[in-house]
Design a protein around this ligand. Structure first.
Ligand SMILES: C[S@@+](CC[C@H](N)C(=O)[O-])C[C@H]1O[C@@H](n2cnc3c(N)ncnc32)[C@H](O)[C@@H]1O
Length: 346
């Protein structure tokens, strides 16, 4: 059974298992605040760190030692972060969404492969939080580009973010656009609680409302002046409504909302579902992010579509595409994410 090359082959073939553990360990260490605490107070013992974070000291010690062996923490007199540990903090939102949000879904992969009538569940609060955090790097510059294109024509005064997650994407937008006000609508209660906390931290209480509800409630928001000065936004949300409620509900959502608020605009940000595009096998970000992203969307209650599919739907509804944009290529040069501004104007 054993040949001379066996151990080398064993190591080679189990690298995905190593990275499975590493991704989980990094996510939880980041999420529980271990990294941030070590930046603030380097040199802490595991016991002191655990006490600061109200965690179990024995298990914190085990996690720190594991991360040391993977090059993320350093043990001298006490614990600190290596340069790799400092660097990875910027990318915490990708861990928050893909690992925190979707590790539960991946655990159910066998079940949903066997039974196509059920969906894998996920941690929606972490998906919303991670998605908003990622958006600060890709979708936010894209939305800024979209707004710049319509500003010449009298830009919006208020963004109504339908499916806002923890609202942090909208808050980031309000911070860079001080003239804007915001209203975030989100069905998941945990996300609203996170959002209210963050809104207070950022001092945005006076400029942004948060309400619990579904995108389909948009016509009941009672917005004045036929929606003049309002821009609705759905960033990675129409894909959710599509699978949960069906295509007809997505079409009715857009059509009814524009009927209630004919002066409004609507920003849509979506992924272009091209899992077999040449870029998928050759681009580092396509392999690290879009490949798992496309997989989890086939097992959870969401339905991605191609850019052409969305364009055809907007055209059928008689909507005008006023602006089009893609992310800043310094953050995402795959061409797999796009945004449009829609209006009902002739
Ligand atoms: C991937 S997250 C996107 C969050 C945020 N828009 C962003 O840009 O990162 C999808 C969000 O849509 C929310 N959602 C799901 N169904 C919805 C519906 N029918 N109406 C509004 N939001 C919905 C989920 O709770 C989740 O917070």
């Amino acid at each position: 059974m054993l040949d001379d090359d066996f151990e080398r082959r064993l190591i080679h073939n189990t690298q995905p298992v190593r990275y499975f553990f590493l991704a989980q360990a990094l996510h939880h260490a980041l999420h529980e605040g271990l990294f941030a605490a070590l930046v603030k107070e380097p040199g802490l013992s595991a016991e002191a760190l655990a006490e600061r974070l109200e965690l179990d000291a024995y298990r914190v010690g085990g996690l720190l030692r594991y991360l040391r062996n993977e090059g993320y923490t350093v043990l001298d007199d006490g614990w600190s972060l290596s340069s790799r540990g400092v660097e990875v903090q910027t990318f915490a939102p990708w861990y928050e969404m893909l690992v925190g949000g979707y590790a539960p879904s991946m655990d159910q992969l066998g079940d949903v492969l066997r039974d196509g009538s059920i969906y894998a569940s996920r941690n929606t609060t972490k998906v919303g939080e991670g998605s908003c955090g990622i958006g600060a790097y890709d979708a936010l510059p894209l939305v800024e580009k979209l707004l710049a294109q319509v500003e010449v024509d009298g830009g919006p005064e208020k963004i109504v973010d339908l499916g806002c997650g923890d609202g942090s994407f909208l808050m980031d937008l309000l911070v860079v656009k001080p003239g804007l006000r915001g209203l975030g609508v989100e069905p998941n209660a945990g996300s609203i609680t996170l959002g209210e906390r963050r809104r207070a931290d950022l001092g945005l209480d006076g400029r942004m409302e948060l309400v619990q509800g579904a995108a389909q409630d948009a016509t009941r928001l009672g917005l004045p002046d036929g929606g003049r000065g309002i821009c609705f936004m759905t960033a990675f949300v129409l894909q959710e409504v599509l699978q949960q409620e069906g295509q007809e509900v997505v079409e009715r959502l857009l059509a009814d909302t524009f009927e209630a608020y004919p002066e409004a605009r609507w920003m849509v940000v979506e992924m272009d579902h091209k899992p077999l595009a040449p870029v998928m096998g050759s681009h580092g970000l396509a392999l690290a992010f879009y490949n798992p992203y496309f997989l989890i969307h086939t097992v959870t209650e969401q339905r991605l579509q191609t850019r052409e599919w969305w364009d055809a739907l907007f055209e059928r509804l008689g909507l005008t595409v006023e602006a089009v944009a893609e992310p800043d290529p310094r953050a995402d040069s795959t061409g797999l994410q796009f945004g449009v501004v829609l209006s009902k104007k002739p």
